[in-house]
Design a protein around this ligand. Structure first.
Ligand SMILES: NC(=O)c1ncn([C@@H]2O[C@H](COP(=O)(O)O)[C@@H](O)[C@H]2O)c1NC=O
Length: 516
């Protein structure tokens, strides 16, 4: 492919990493360099021959740098389409020399906002001349190459040796440049939208999000579905930003299950382990330590835990690692691994071992639907109704402390279960989970069946109210001693009466935890 020689470059960079070295390489290759104040100084101090942009424009940089490169001597030089004789002729008439290369990176707007700077300072860091040059050069990529990051300097140096960039390379650079300015403008627009929103406005008039490709995945939910992972361009956090220490490549389903497990484990302050299959817990438990929590979570449903995804909210201890090593596990995600735990787990070739910082709920949870996206506040810790002290005893005698603690656990744990959710618990651990059924009776049947003998003396949580007393009847029949649910059905009386008659304590939380 044909390469276009680089004879003249415009350099205007905020981030001066590698600038002096790049300048020397360009100058050694015979490239004439024009540069703005600070960049000029870095280059000149390094002994690189360079012309200051003010000498080119005949106009001083002014207004605290708000106007430096915004001048026809600069922009005509960038924007002339050199495939057109008329453009080349006009440049000659106007005495403008064309640029073959623009190197520019922008004022650190997002970093300034993140630093807590005041509005005036943030506004001052909205780069105007930089994006103008970048966009101009990117538009004119048939004639000009645009470089927007020091990470692209090695490629630039290779291109210089090879005799310039190819058109194809310039097109890729142009796409990257427009991604860069779009992302930059999105950050500015989001910030300004937030600044102008009314104090009580929970949802902004405009949502700007941009995503960078992390990589393609082997396939999506099924092998015929191509798939990829993107990270928030503002920085990869959560499972997306987790560090994989060992094991096979993460699959699409591994990511969704690891995310569900991670969220569930961090719903508790105590050491907690969640074991997830197909986005639902097949076991979740808290314990005095993480190994105990794992034993309890695994015991809930050992059959389903085979090939599961495990998350913890504490570093994995050697004891827990020894337990996990006995069980076929797809993924384990934890905030860390104690001495020897990682080595032990890594003896299994296939297990994917991830380390991720503490789970942080997004301020707004987004879910795409056809033609749009739903936004809501996440169902976080400290939701109303989470504190057992706020519950209403609707039937039976008030329970003892240990039973109340189990109800508390069951209530929090059931929000990790897809609706309709019924979760039976005992001793800080799920013992039977009925999930994802389209009626609550079937969820009760499933939970009781999974719990088997352990249903007797356990407690039950229901993510939403019982519309009829048929579900509670199944729980009572199985020997459940206390139930927590939101209440609020027009037939609450029937459930209350069933519990009262059976001597089962019934608590109402007043809040539900649907999860789809
Ligand atoms: N206003 C302008 O004409 C202008 N032209 C270039 N800049 C920016 O000035 C910075 C480089 O300035 P210096 O070389 O003086 O350190 C770059 O981030 C570049 O994007 C400008 N500044 C902001 O808008």
């Amino acid at each position: 492919m044909e390469r276009s020689p680089i004879r003249r470059a415009l350099i205007s960079v905020y981030d001066k990493t590698g600038l002096a070295e790049l300048g020397r390489t360009l100058a050694d290759a015979g490239v004439a360099i024009v540069s703005t104040g600070g960049s000029y100084k870095t280059l000149a101090d390094a002994g690189v021959p360079v012309t200051e942009v003010a000498d080119l424009t005949g106009f001083p940089e002014c207004l605290d740098g708000r106007v430096k490169t915004l001048h026809p001597m600069v922009h005509a030089g960038i924007l002339a389409d050199r495939r057109k004789e008329s453009h080349v002729a006009q440049l000659a008439d106007l005495g403008v020399e064309p640029f073959d290369l623009v190197v520019s990176n922008l004022y650190p707007f997002t970093q300034t906002v993140a630093s807590g700077a005041g509005p005036d300072e943030c506004v001052e860091q909205i780069d105007i001349g930089g994006p103008s040059m970048v966009r101009a050069a990117a538009k004119n990529h048939p004639s000009v190459a645009i470089v927007t990051s020091p990470a692209q300097y090695p490629q630039l140096e290779e291109a210089l040796v090879a005799g310039g960039y190819t058109l194809e390379e310039r097109r890729v650079l142009a796409a990257q440049a427009f991604q860069h300015t779009a992302s930059y403008d999105s950050a500015v627009a989001s910030w300004l939208t937030g600044q102008t929103a009314a104090a009580d406005e929970a949802f902004p008039a405009w949502l700007g999000r941009d995503w960078d490709l992390v990589g393609t995945l082997r396939y999506g939910e099924n092998s015929h579905q191509p798939a990829a992972l993107y990270a928030d361009a503002a920085g990869a956090t959560g499972i997306t930003g987790a560090n994989q220490l060992h094991g096979k490549e993460m699959s699409y389903n591994n990511y969704t299950d690891a995310d569900a497990a991670y969220r569930a484990a961090y719903d508790f302050d105590q050491p907690c382990v969640a074991i997830i299959k197909h986005a639902n817990p097949c076991g979740i438990a808290i314990g005095d330590d993480i190994a105990q929590a794992h034993r309890l979570a695994h015991a809930c449903d050992p059959v389903s835990a085979f090939g599961g995804v495990i998350a913890t909210n504490r570093p994995v201890s050697l004891e827990m690692a020894q337990q996990v090593a006995e069980i076929f596990t797809e993924v384990i995600v934890a905030p860390g691994y104690e001495d020897g735990a990682l080595e032990l787990l890594a003896r299994k070739k296939s297990i994917r071992i991830l380390v991720a910082p503490a789970y942080e709920h997004e301020a707004v949870a987004l879910r795409p639907i056809s033609g749009g996206v739903l936004a809501m506040a996440p169902d976080q810790l400290d939701a109303p109704g989470d504190d057992p002290a706020s519950w209403t005893l609707a039937a039976g005698e008030a329970v003892d402390e240990a039973t109340l603690a189990d109800l508390d656990f069951a209530w929090k744990a059931c929000r990790a279960v897809k609706s309709n959710a019924i979760l039976l618990a005992a001793g800080g651990a799920s013992v039977g989970v009925g999930m994802g059924q389209v009626n609550r009776v079937d969820s009760c049947k499933l939970a009781v069946e999974r719990a088997g003998e352990r249903a007797a003396g356990s407690v039950a949580a229901s993510d939403a109210f019982f519309p009829f007393a048929d579900g509670p009847a199944i729980l009572i029949e199985a020997g459940v001693k206390a139930i927590v649910e939101p209440g609020g059905s027009i037939r609450d009386d029937e459930t209350i009466e069933a519990c009262r008659a059976a001597g089962v304590a019934l608590y109402f939380t007043g809040t539900r935890h649907f999860f789809h």
